[in-house]
Ligand binder design. Structure first.
Ligand SMILES: NC(=O)c1ccc[n+]([C@@H]2O[C@H](COP(=O)([O-])OP(=O)(O)OC[C@H]3O[C@@H](n4cnc5c(N)ncnc54)[C@H](OP(=O)(O)O)[C@@H]3O)[C@@H](O)[C@H]2O)c1
Length: 297
């Protein structure tokens, strides 16, 4: 990871409903807490999230070069589209909305099975040569998607954004349950965690506090009573909130992941950023994993 990139990323998927003053406060608090990496996508709020963020940038000369802006492309209504034409058009529109000349990182949002890797390579090379994108990555991609892309791309894919948190542990379950017949032994991601570690690809854990696919936040949820009890107890011991312990649980993994938090509340950013000061023992880490309902073989 570049030293400029914070390990906690502020996800901007939910900012569309914020007033300009609230968003300014969210961004200012993030920066004050050392969170300088902001995650967008062309589709968040149908472009509104990038637009609002662009207004903050326009009103704060000097801010742009002190932050890392990431956006994504490739999702269209009812389909995925990694064609050269779509990638180039999407980035142009994102730059216009964000009111900037470049994004630091561009991710391909969800695998497009009709992808032609040669076309993606042409699009990335055009964007890189024009100074419109500095680094590239993917999101929700498994090992062979990355291998296929990387065969043609001259650029190294530096990031893979994947859902991961105490209540969504798919990327580690199969590795813990190797050689067993239970459901958790099913390898749904092709060993993506180990692959990213081997290749030096930083995993960005999205929706760290959610369970299921946007089913809700596990904090305070009755289905996760044991997990909440353990997070609260460790939080009390370390003087932080249960949410911060949950984020610390992700940061503690030796894969050195980044965590994409999606709060729109400046006070919560402050609380969550305390995660970087929490140190979890191996015993506590596995206790949290088990408390979320996972069994060790
Ligand atoms: N690559 C992908 O496919 C993909 C998919 C989904 C998301 N993402 C990225 O990941 C980011 C995070 O996703 P997410 O928003 O689902 O993540 P999250 O951080 O797990 O959830 C944030 C949501 O939880 C709420 N929340 C309730 N209690 C909270 C507490 N104590 N602390 C913090 N938040 C609490 C927040 O409400 P308040 O706002 O009121 O705090 C907010 O609605 C997105 O913004 C986006 O950038 C990527």
């Amino acid at each position: 990871m570049n030293p400029m990139e914070s390990r906690i990323i502020l996800g901007c998927m939910r900012i569309a409903a914020l007033e300009a003053t609230e968003l300014r406060q969210l961004v200012e608090t993030s920066l004050a807490e050392g969170v300088n990496f902001f995650d967008h996508a062309d589709v968040y709020g149908k472009g509104r999230c990038e637009e609002l963020f662009g207004e903050i940038l326009a009103g704060n000369p000097g801010l742009r070069e002190n932050i890392v802006i990431q956006t994504k492309c490739g999702i269209r209504p009812g389909l995925y589209d990694f064609s050269k034409e779509h990638i180039l058009r999407s980035v142009e529109q994102s730059l216009r909305r964000l009111k900037t000349d470049y994004v630091d990182v561009l991710l391909l949002h969800r695998p497009d099975t009709l992808m032609e890797p040669e076309e993606v390579a042409e699009a990335f090379t055009t964007l890189e040569a024009a100074g419109k994108v500095r680094w590239f990555g993917v999101s929700n991609h498994h090992v062979m998607h990355i291998e296929l892309l990387q065969k043609w791309l001259p650029q190294k894919l530096r990031f893979n954004q994947l859902q991961f948190g105490p209540a969504h542990t798919g990327i580690i379950d199969a590795g813990i349950n190797v050689n067993l017949y239970n459901d958790r032994a099913v390898d749904r991601d092709g060993g993506i965690l180990e692959y990213c570690r081997l290749k030096g690809i930083t995993i960005q854990a999205w929706s760290p506090l959610q369970f299921g696919f946007f089913k809700g936040v596990f904090l305070g949820h009755p289905d996760y009573a044991e997990l909440n009890r353990v997070l609260e107890r460790i939080g009390e011991e370390q003087g932080v909130t249960p949410a911060a312990v949950a984020i610390a649980w992700i940061l503690r993994h030796p894969a050195q992941m980044q965590v994409v938090v999606g709060t729109t509340n400046a006070c919560r950013v402050k609380e969550l950023s305390q995660a970087e000061q929490v140190s979890l023992t191996r015993e506590q880490w596995y206790e949290i994993y088990r408390a979320a309902g996972n069994k060790l073989p």
